[in-house]
Design a protein around this ligand. Structure first.
Ligand SMILES: [Zn+2]
Length: 755
């Protein structure tokens, strides 16, 4: 999985004070920074675009979905590579519930009979696309088995707002089959919301406006989705919890205690299938009912109607619900001074079909880091802290490999992990990062020392330029404008908060480990083959990253994040960024509550004055919206006060760190132990409402967005869901977490000051 990291960001950070001479490096003395940069120059010299390319070709040679022979072969290949580079490497195997399709059928039974192709044919010039052996057909993993027939309804993206709009059009989906287009939110929510509104089946298609002939010529002439291309994917309810559905909270080892499939909370309850726009056009063209609202129309050469009917479809799905093995490959290089502090760097390895872009572009670049670090170790160098490289399996179905490993080693990870660094797909373009706020300075400093190959400026300067330009666009969001302002001021690189969509989720949101997710992108034209049979080496080397130039840039960036965190005297967290971002998030909550209150009052006024009816075209009447409950006064006081205290403590720590001389090794280790706990203190063992697995009170994937992050999620989602008492309760819980983090930061400051 991979969704382009939204650069829309939240960050206000103190402007960097750049002294004359070499730029400072967080956690290092000036001489230590010089030595580290010298090490990085050697690290860079070992990196090879040719090696990344050759490895990508091997890894993407055959389909490598979970359970396929090539998935296992790739694990063994990565294991052998890591060992040959000097890593202490092994494979950890887990047994996970992974349904694979046995039977799929989608047909229109009236008015015009039509049978969907559900197949992606070979394309000229792409030899991989002709490989059929061990390739699974397009499907949605963890959708229910079923055989249903019903009238069809078009629900746009299938978001909550779309169902509100449908209700106002007088259309409901009870007992019907919905067709939604990809985009806007995560695909699993489309199926879940369809079920919650009473639909018996769900079809998801890729509209050409989004990633087909709308944005460019289609493959193989251009890069974009051809009319038979289908986006596969997972519909596991990851916003509830990620990982194997049968072993929530524990590693899915062979002898783990498993719940029954019927008791799993994260499986979808209706059958669902993904289809191409070639297939979808036949179905959509036969819909009657109201013409779809303007924002709902895609780029097919038809008039988009909503239905329901007269198009009537028959949807049948049956899967093999057996356990399948997944293979995580783990390479360890023990730290010379602090072996019990871990820096973890990982990327998933499984893909949908070949997965050359998603995820093998990132996997091959990440392995190049491991190769180069191995070469440094062969010269006698050793990291201070332990470095662990992970090659995850089973990410696509639901972050299975990373989650099971994180759950299996949870206690050790909570105590030892300093930082988790994740990547996924990678292409040409600009750096984008999502991260724990305390890692914003580390990312900024690393990006400042990586050269962008297309422009010759640093990756940081290019990323900041991109944000500045985007903030000027006529349709720029408030977040984009804020990011542009921060980028212009020379503050740290704006980052986004972590939602979900890749393997950092179990580390940051379940275990409370500071985490980074980064990628280069925006110029590679890969979106049109996302999760399809056409995400091949042939496509990627033409349109994604010709020459693997940005594979090297990814390795330079990932390598710096890893090496600096491994070698720093003091774990490289910066807390002014943490406090400033949280402060910004709290101000958003104030605005959210005020906006909800104003809207409730406005809807009431319009209902009282019959304005909805008066505004309607009498020949096309709509249903007036429901009255909204009154928004009570909400006391943000505890949260505001905790944020103010946190800001003061963060400033004091950052100042003490800047002033601190060399600490004795014992004090450094003690300091790190306190610092590692800061991120963890932002979690709550009770977790978020309805999803206790998610324990972080600052970042979570939205229950109704799936990928997109919700910051201060306990409070924010309660407000959005109009659960006022819950919002008040989570204001208290979140304030307590901020105070716990502050106490840790104060303890760290005391150690720095020799206390
Ligand atoms: Zn991926």
């Amino acid at each position: 999985m991979n969704h382009r990291i939204a650069l829309a960001a939240l960050a206000f950070a103190a402007a960097q004070t750049s002294a004359a001479g070499a730029a400072p490096m967080l956690g290092f003395s000036p001489s230590g920074a010089d030595a580290e940069r010298a090490l990085e120059a050697k690290f860079d010299a070992n990196l090879s675009a040719g090696a990344i390319d050759a490895r990508l070709k091997i890894l993407s040679a055959e389909p490598n979905e979970v359970g396929s022979p090539h998935d296992k072969a790739n694990a063994e290949f990565v294991l052998a590579q890591l060992k040959s580079w000097g890593w202490d490497a092994h494979i950890e195997t887990f047994q996970v519930l992974y349904p694979t399709p046995k039977h799929e059928l989608l047909e229109m039974v009236g008015p015009t009979p039509f049978k969907a192709q559900l197949n992606e044919p070979p394309l000229p010039g792409d030899a991989s696309s002709a490989v059929r052996e061990n390739a699974l057909p397009p499907y949605l993993v963890y959708a229910a088995d079923g055989d249903v027939t019903g009238d069809l309804v078009y629900v746009n993206y299938g978001n909550p707002d779309d169902y509100v709009a449908l209700a106002r059009m007088g259309v409901d989906v009870k007992g019907k089959i919905v067709i939604a287009r990809y985009g806007s939110a995560w695909r699993g929510l489309k199926v879940k919301l369809a079920y919650e509104h009473g639909a018996v089946g769900c079809i998801i298609y890729s509209d050409p406006a989004d990633d087909g002939y709308g944005p460019g010529d289609v493959y193989p002439k251009g890069a974009w989705r051809p009319d038979e291309g289908v986006q596969r994917g997972s519909v596991l309810d990851i916003p509830i919890e990620s990982g194997d559905p049968l072993t929530p909270g524990v590693g899915a080892t062979a002898d783990a205690k498993r719940i029954a499939i019927a008791d799993a909370k994260v499986l979808m309850k209706i059958p669902a299938l993904p289809i191409s726009y070639g297939d979808a056009q036949h179905l959509l063209a036969e819909l009657g009912g109201p013409v779809a609202p303007k924002g709902w129309r895609g780029a097919l050469p038809i008039t988009y109607h909503v239905g329901g009917g007269p198009a009537r479809v028959h949807l049948a799905v049956q899967s093999d619900w057996s356990l399948k093995p997944i293979y995580d490959v783990i390479g360890v290089m023990k730290g010379a001074e602090r072996p019990n502090e871990w820096v973890i760097r990982a990327n998933h390895r499984d893909g949908w079909v070949f997965g050359a872009w998603d995820p093998l572009s990132g996997q091959s670049a990440m392995l190049e880091e491991a190769r180069s670090i191995g070469a440094l170790a062969k010269t006698g160098w050793r990291p201070k802290r332990t470095i662990i490289y992970g090659s995850w399996d089973g990410e696509e179905p639901g972050l299975l490999g990373s989650t099971e490993w994180a759950e299996q080693h949870a206690e050790e990870l909570k105590a030892k992990a300093v930082l988790y660094v994740n990547s996924d797909s990678n292409t040409r373009g600009l750096l984008g990062a999502g991260a724990s706020y305390s890692a914003q300075r580390l990312i900024t400093e690393a990006a400042a020392d990586v050269k962008d190959p297309e422009t010759g400026v640093s990756a940081l300067d290019r990323a900041q330029a991109g944000l500045q330009v985007r903030g000027l666009a006529p349709d720029a969001t408030e977040d984009a404008k804020r990011a542009a302002k921060a980028a212009t001021s020379g503050a740290d690189l704006p980052i986004s908060a972590l939602g979900s969509g890749s393997d950092y989720t179990p580390f940051v949101q379940h275990l409370g480990i500071a985490s980074i997710n980064f990628e280069y992108g925006g110029e590679g034209e890969q979106a049109g083959v996302y999760h399809s049979q056409y995400d091949t080496y042939e496509h990627f080397s033409r349109f994604g990253d010709p020459g693997m130039v940005y594979g090297v840039v990814m390795a330079e960036t990932g390598g710096r994040l890893v090496l600096r965190t491994a070698d720093a005297d003091v774990a490289p967290y910066q807390f002014a960024d943490l406090a400033a971002n949280i402060d910004q998030n709290i101000s958003e909550l104030h605005k959210l509550a005020d906006g909800l209150r104003e809207r409730s009052a406005a809807v009431d006024r319009l209902l009282d004055s019959r304005a909805f009816a008066l505004a309607d075209d009498p020949t096309k009447p709509t249903v007036a919206p429901d009255r909204l409950d009154v928004v009570p006064a909400i006391d943000f006081g505890p949260l505001d006060a905790a944020a103010t205290r946190l800001k003061a403590s963060a400033r004091a720590y950052d100042a003490a760190l800047a002033k601190a001389g060399a600490l004795k090794p014992a004090a450094q280790a003690k300091l790190d132990a306190v610092l590692i706990g800061v991120e963890h203190s932002l979690t709550d063992p009770q977790g978020l409402p309805g999803r206790p697995w998610y324990q972080h009170l600052i970042y979570a994937p939205g229950m109704l967005t799936g990928y997109g992050a919700k910051t201060l999620p306990g409070v924010r989602e309660a407000l959005e869901g109009r659960r006022w008492a819950e919002a008040q309760a989570y204001i208290g819980r979140t304030a307590a977490a901020l105070d716990a983090a502050r106490a840790r930061i104060d303890a760290a400051t005391a150690i720095l000051k020799g206390g």
